[in-house]
Write a protein that binds this ligand. Structure first.
Ligand code: ADP
Length: 164
């Protein structure tokens, strides 16, 4: 039995199938996964942390192997608080690499126990990003094949408010 734990941090603004693919892969590798929803104020999020957590909860249901928590401040402080030093990140393409590499090294500098593990999604999802989902949905495009119903409903609500 694998009794290891890991943290999957991100903005999840909103959650999409690329994130869910990484989450499901992680649950095969780790017995408990903390999905940590970062405030990400500098990214100018569309949804509040509470809404982003609600979308994840509605999608992931009551899986005892997954805990959804808000992440404020530094990831290394969160890792120390929870005693979990493995971080999962998704790699979509080479374009993600430079930023992820910098982050991993900086985090390890701040907390030498921290290790970052990279997972690649199913190839159908490598082009997905929350930013693209928001852009497409905001102009009324169909994202039903790309985001779970919890996110689709909220995106549709926002796009209908925009066009009202
Ligand atoms: P986004 O870049 O979509 O705003 P987040 O900040 O929520 O994503 O990303 C959290 C983590 O999920 C990051 O490691 C990011 O690289 C990863 N990720 C995002 N989209 C995908 C995807 N389509 N496939 C695999 N990993 C992804």
């Amino acid at each position: 039995m694998n009794s290891s734990r890991a943290i999957y941090p991100g903005s999840f603004d909103p959650v999409h199938f690329g994130h869910l693919d990484v989450i499901h892969r992680s649950t095969h590798l780790f017995s408990n996964l903390i999905v940590a929803v970062a405030a990400s104020k500098s990214k100018g999020p569309l949804f509040s942390v509470e809404e982003r957590m609600a979308m994840l909860r509605e999608t992931l249901g009551d899986n005892p192997a997954i805990t959804i928590l808000p992440l404020e401040g530094l990831l290394v402080d969160f890792a120390r608080e929870h005693g979990v030093f493995t971080v999962i990140r998704g790699l979509r393409a080479v374009s993600d690499f430079e930023f992820e590499f910098q982050m991993a090294l900086m985090n390890r500098k701040l907390e030498p126990r921290l290790e970052t593990v990279y997972l690649t999604p199913k190839e159908d999802y490598t082009y997905l990003s929350s930013r693209i989902m928001k852009e497409v949905a905001c102009f009324g495009g169909d994202v039903s094949q790309l985001v779970p119903p919890s996110a689709q409903a909220r995106l549709a609500r926002l796009s209908s408010q925009d066009s009202a």
